[in-house]
Ligand binder design. Sequence first.
Ligand SMILES: Cc1cc2nc3c(=O)[nH]c(=O)nc-3n(C[C@H](O)[C@H](O)[C@H](O)COP(=O)(O)OP(=O)(O)OC[C@H]3O[C@@H](n4cnc5c(N)ncnc54)[C@H](O)[C@@H]3O)c2cc1C
Length: 465
Amino acid sequence: MIRPTSRMHSGAETPGSRLRVAVVGGGLCGLTLGVVLSRSGQVDVQMFESAARFGELGAGVTIGSNAVVALQRLGLLDNVCTHTRQKPHTSKISYAMDHGEKDSVTPISSVPYSHPPGDLSISRTAFLDSLVPLFPHRLAHFKKRCLDVTHSPSDNVYRVHFTDGTFYDADLVIGADGIRSTVRRVMFQPGELRQTELGKTEYSPSLGSLDEDKHLSFSGSTIYRAVVPSLLLRRKGVKMDFQKMLITLGPGSNHIFSVPICNGTMINMVAYSHDFSQSTTSGHRRPPLPYPWTRRDISLDEISDHFQGWGDDVQNMLGSMGDYTSAWDLHLLDPGLDTYSRGNIVLVGDAAHAMTPHMGAGVGQGIEDVFLLARLLIDPRTNHKNISTVMQVYDQVRRPRANWVLEQSTQMGRLYACVGPDSPPGELEAMLKGYEEIFSRVQEYDVEKDAEAATMLLERQGVYA
Ligand SMILES: Cc1cc2nc3c(=O)[nH]c(=O)nc-3n(C[C@H](O)[C@H](O)[C@H](O)COP(=O)(O)OP(=O)(O)OC[C@H]3O[C@@H](n4cnc5c(N)ncnc54)[C@H](O)[C@@H]3O)c2cc1C
């Protein structure tokens, strides 16, 4: 049994007082949201992060043009560009086929990936580091792992409970706590949210284990991931054009993705090993694997085992991953959620729509969430009385698009696994044609449309006068 030892924040709502917003999770999405909300001064935002500090992996991330536009509209793009020393540029994804013979990787075709103003392929750490100085330190609370959220109906307070026995009382709880989100599990508990009598000192959490999260699924894919200096690839004699965003297909069901980051000095490499034999389509969910889903002690033999029969050039490329490599079992939300909000609890980023990385769109969808949520929370017409309706509208506007991107990403991974050097003529071309349309729907998107749609709905409902 856990005894709350201190009340981290107090103060009941008084008319006209600012909304108390608890952001649970300080990853790329939570921190972006925290920065925008704290800058606005419209709400009282506090962030709770389970780790001892903000932190990201050394890996790279591609911020699609839709998210670049959102960052621009949030007033953060210049800062990210200055910090990462990169500017957005439009890119294409090039496809190549390994025919399994010596040095026989042949280019196939390319499809436009991003649209003006372009995408940013950057280091995750640099992206996060560009945001950290913008978030007031006093609003960030570290080593605060959320355990549960309970509701006090008499004053409509949502209490966030932490594993150290402390708690925080909020008017709105935002789950930005990633794919294994605790806030999501609270939201999808059957029945009413558990109620807390404020002031009562004893509390025991009711949440089940991660295995009981009915949305979390293993994708069937494991990836080997490394950021490798371009110089090393050159030294290894790799002939493929790794200075492009490149997907190499080949014998069997696996494939390799690579993209230059840090102005081309480093290459972000991801080697995919797929096993879809018992894997996941909606309705046939594959349960999550035991946690943790990452390993760091990866031998080169383990990686090349998955690429037996591939040509020398690919073997040289994989051979450069060595010490830099980690393995990840990819998970996703399948089926997609049927709501992103419940009462005054709302989800953003991977907590809402964790997807496979085949479209490089996960952060982008999270930043779109952040844009709309921030717009709605900063709107002076949003208040204690209408906040749950405003959050329903956030769900109504964001969920169809983000769940669609999630679904497309799953399908894309499955198609990559089906196409190889022996595929019938025309199959590949048809696949790429379809991708061009999908990428364009994802990337050529201005989030301002979402804000307009949400505002119109709220005005029509009479929520916004
Ligand atoms: C291999 C791979 C490649 C990818 N490449 C791309 C790409 O190129 N482009 C792209 O757009 N997306 C990409 N993605 C997806 C992208 O990484 C995610 O969508 C993104 O990181 C999600 O950010 P987030 O802030 O929602 O969650 P996270 O980054 O997971 O952050 C969650 C935070 O919450 C904290 N937390 C967790 N639980 C609790 C708790 N109970 N209490 C308090 N704090 C908690 C964690 O410590 C963490 O700091 C990729 C994903 C993978 C796996």
